[in-house]
Design a protein around this ligand. Structure first.
Ligand code: NCD
Length: 326
């Protein structure tokens, strides 16, 4: 597609975000999720061109506030904001001995005084982004709050699946491994179910939350049983930093039972695709042979879709704010 066409398409599809903030997958509904995916699709084409600058967010300030480590998410928000023409500042807060609530509220007041338009926040406490959103005058995007939610990850994962399969409504998606500590799992379950996909959770009993049967998913504690008939196998990182005590005997033994290799993948549907939000622990939850095989792995696509999905969210939030200011 030539540049004018795709830029026109972006403007045609650009609608206000349905909420003031994007804190959880539940801020979308099937219609608005579809709108965001359609817009993100246009950004994918746009991002494949050599000239990649738009002025949808010209004059706006986006602040990245990551209290937890991040490679993909922080870089993709930064690139997304810059491609939309925004000014971007990244703050790297050090861990502090002050109670989490106080730190956050103090930080929010300070940042708010600098009049940002969007605050992208990642924090180890569930509910941190929602708390910030009540304290600031700008739009807040949750880039991961504890084990609670990571809604832009769910959106980019869905975009990757939609582009690979054409449609997500008839898919059976297996989310495997450390579900208990995963915000990626929680946001994906919510968005996938909203769009009509079937979701299975597969993992050892110590890593599947006790209330998972109330999430509306089928729960399996055996990879062979769980993977049968699945179109997508989404592997999760073993999140050792969130574990209190030893929930797995050893990473070697974990790989034997739960690590995805070719042998286990063969239990899924022929043509099944493999996903992982990154960062991967190779040889722990996933084998390199599977992760790096571009005919089955969507892992690199997920990174590409991350920029497009975040451009869609930031652009739509800006349009909503413009509407509110007018
Ligand atoms: C995930 C996260 O931070 O929640 N990573 C990401 O955003 N790509 C998953 C993880 O850390 O394992």
């Amino acid at each position: 597609m030539t540049q004018p066409d795709v830029t026109d398409l972006i403007h045609e599809r650009l609608a206000p975000f349905p909420r003031d903030h994007f804190l959880s997958a539940g801020d979308l509904n099937p219609a608005t999720a579809r709108q965001m995916l359609d817009l993100a699709d246009a950004f994918v084409d746009f991002n494949r061109q050599s000239a990649k600058s738009l002025d949808i967010m010209r004059g706006r300030t986006v602040m990245n506030l990551f209290f937890e480590n991040s490679t993909r998410t922080s870089a993709s928000f930064e690139i997304a904001a810059k491609r939309l023409g925004a000014d971007v500042t990244a703050l790297s807060p050090r861990t502090s001995s002050v109670a989490k609530g106080e730190t956050l509220i103090d930080t929010a007041a300070t940042l708010n005084a600098m009049k940002p338009d969007v605050l992208v926040v990642r924090h180890s406490a569930s509910g941190a982004a929602a708390l910030l959103s009540q304290k600031v005058g700008c739009a807040v995007v949750n880039a991961g709050d504890g084990r609670h939610e990571h809604p832009t990850q769910a959106l980019l994962d869905m975009l990757s699946m939609r582009r690979a399969f054409g449609d997500v409504t008839s898919l059976t998606v297996a989310i495997c491994g450390d579900i208990a500590h995963s915000r990626v799992a929680r946001s994906n379950v919510a968005l996938l179910q909203m769009m009509g996909a079937r979701v299975r959770l597969i993992g050892p009993p110590t890593l599947v939350p006790g209330d998972a049967d109330r999430w509306g998913c089928e729960v399996f504690h055996d990879m062979k049983d769980g993977l049968q008939g699945c179109d997508v196998v989404m592997m999760l990182r073993l999140q050792l930093e969130r574990m209190e005590g030893a929930l797995v005997p050893s990473t070697r033994e974990y790989f034997r039972f739960w690590g995805l290799d070719r042998e286990k993948l063969a239990w899924a549907k022929p043509g099944a695709k493999v996903m992982h939000p990154g960062p991967m622990n190779r040889g722990v939850e996933i084998d390199s042979e599977v992760a790096d095989d571009l005919s089955i792995s969507l892992i690199q696509d997920q990174v590409e879709m991350g920029v497009a999905a975040r451009m869609a969210v930031l652009a739509a939030l800006s349009v909503r704010r413009e509407g509110a200011a007018a």
